[in-house]
Design a protein around this ligand. Structure first.
Ligand SMILES: Nc1ncnc2c1ncn2[C@@H]1O[C@H](COP(=O)(O)OP(=O)(O)OP(=O)(O)O)[C@@H](O)[C@H]1O
Length: 481
């Protein structure tokens, strides 16, 4: 049995990670809904929760730190991308590539095209890395001929990636990007774009019904590839889709996590790939202060959640629960108790899901209760807190802790150098052991919050949320070799 306390630190008065901050509340981020930042002229990105008191660490400092996953030696110009694409990056105020972008891009855009399996911590810019590659391969004189296909596990992530392609590609003439998600492509027209971003089931249906001409596809990207290729998940669908595509297609697989078991599938799926991999001790983002709350019993979890509501609304927060029913139930109870929350999960109809996420992105709603459907990839820079109401578990009878899902869930905060807090609720031996094993796996020390000392709990959480940016030396060892 794992040593329960070995990775879990006792409460202390020492400040939580992050520069200390005065008492002003952090401003909500300016997310443009595309995962891109609004440009500003102060040399810092808006959307990075920039309260006046944050003078300690700028993104530029983080990107100059050799230990940071955001570090690079080259500029985007030096990576040899076409001007129209560089102009898009400028408009997004992307000043320097992150480490994954700097390392993966030259390998991916070179000819002859080579497959890639690439891993990098959550929120470090994997999307732009593959989007830039896709755009560099498109022949813009054939705007309605499908040339690139990107697959993602959820409609929300597919739409988000579509938005990033449109934003980065805003100066590429005749760029047409379509989402292939349920209800998005009319039977009459079929696919009429050069870039298609979709979920595997819908893409497979479109190809089978001959509404999607795949004969000229040059590049296939699979985001969240470990999840997508997992035989327990969408592995079969992804294999079938690949079987319908040209044999010469360049395949790019991206994720923050690649468990060994799935890595074997990945290597078969994308043979002779270049690989950029991390060790699991390098995976956590140090800007995320990982905390846990030892609740007296399961029923007290809800009371604890309500007590945290004030802290949740300093920025935006995501509450992860195991089932759709518990998402609905917690929403119902919290609303009855006077809190403003929304719930998004797979039982909702597609357009409703889109509207709920759009509201969350824009800050119209600030607390979102959801299931694992939003655990991966979703990029909303204002998220300063993630709550694991249930510790993610996997396997038959939920026997094993799901370390990958834990990492993706908490990675909804702390995006690209920002700071955030994750709070995991434990309430019995099983949940405590599961969290201990996850902490052990990643080599992290979790900070305990005391449910009976709210002053201290609030202080600890506020110290992080209001500090706004990770210090350079919080960054992990970054990419392995
Ligand atoms: N070079 C850059 N400079 C500034 N910001 C960037 C840069 N590259 C990406 N970003 C921003 O960083 C944020 C996180 O990027 P992205 O969503 O691609 O992360 P990711 O690595 O795919 O994370 P996840 O593993 O959670 O999917 C986005 O808001 C994106 O706009």
């Amino acid at each position: 049995m794992a040593d329960l306390a070995s990775r879990i630190s006792k409460p202390s008065d020492a400040p939580a990670d992050g520069p200390s901050a005065p008492a002003a509340a952090a401003a909500p981020a300016q997310d443009n809904g595309n995962g891109a930042e609004e440009p500003v002229d102060d040399g810092i990105q808006r959307g990075l929760i920039e309260p006046a008191y944050d003078v300690e660490v700028k993104l530029a400092d983080l990107q100059a730190d050799t230990e940071s996953p955001l570090y690079s030696v080259q500029s985007f110009e030096e990576l040899g991308l076409p001007k129209s694409i560089n102009d898009g990056l400028l408009a997004m105020n992307f000043k320097k590539p992150s480490k994954i972008q700097e390392r993966a891009l030259p390998l991916m855009i070179s000819n002859p095209p080579t497959n890639m399996i690439a891993q990098s911590q959550s929120g470090t810019g994997k999307t732009a890395a593959f989007v830039l590659t896709v755009l560099s391969r498109i022949d813009f004189s054939k705007p309605t001929q499908p040339q690139a296909l990107l697959l993602a596990p959820s409609r929300e992530l597919a739409r988000q990636i579509q938005g990033v392609i449109q934003t980065v590609g805003q100066f590429c003439e005749n760029l047409i990007v379509e989402a292939a998600i349920p209800g998005s492509i009319s039977r009459e027209t079929g696919v009429k774009s050069s870039v298609v971003v979709g979920t595997p089931g819908t893409v497979m249906d479109l190809i089978r019904r001959r509404q999607f001409d795949v004969s000229q596809l040059k590049v296939l990207v699979i985001d969240e590839a470990d999840n997508m290729l997992d035989q327990q998940g969408m592995g079969d669908q992804c294999i079938r889709v690949k079987g319908m595509l040209p044999k010469t297609i360049q395949i790019l697989l991206f994720s923050a996590t690649f468990p060994d078991k799935v890595m074997n599938y990945a290597r078969k799926y994308a043979p002779n790939s270049n690989e950029i991999k991390l060790r699991h001790q390098e995976l956590t983002v140090k800007g995320i202060s990982q905390m846990y709350m030892d609740c007296p019993d399961e029923s007290k979890k809800y009371d604890t959640l309500c007590k945290l509501y004030g802290l949740m609304t300093i920025g935006s927060s995501v509450i992860f629960v195991k089932t759709r029913d518990s998402a609905n139930e917690i929403q119902r109870r919290m609303e009855a108790d006077g809190h403003k929350v929304s719930a998004l999960h797979g039982a909702h109809e597609g357009q409703n899901r889109d509207a709920l996420l759009d509201d969350f992105r824009s800050g119209r709603s600030k607390v979102l209760i959801t299931t694992n459907v939003l655990a991966r990839g979703i990029d909303v820079s204002s998220v300063s807190m993630v709550i694991n109401y249930d510790i993610p578990m996997k396997g038959y009878g939920d026997k094993e802790p799901d370390a990958e899902t834990y990492l993706h869930r908490i990675g909804r905060t702390g995006r690209f150098g920002r700071v955030g807090v994750s709070i995991s609720f434990v309430y019995d031996r099983k949940s405590f052991e599961a969290l201990s094993q996850i902490a052990e796996f990643y080599g992290i020390d979790l900070i305990q919050l005391a449910p009976d000392d709210w002053d201290r709990t609030e202080k600890k959480v506020q110290e992080v949320i209001k500090s706004s940016r990770a210090k350079p030396d919080y960054a992990p060892n970054a990419l392995g070799n």
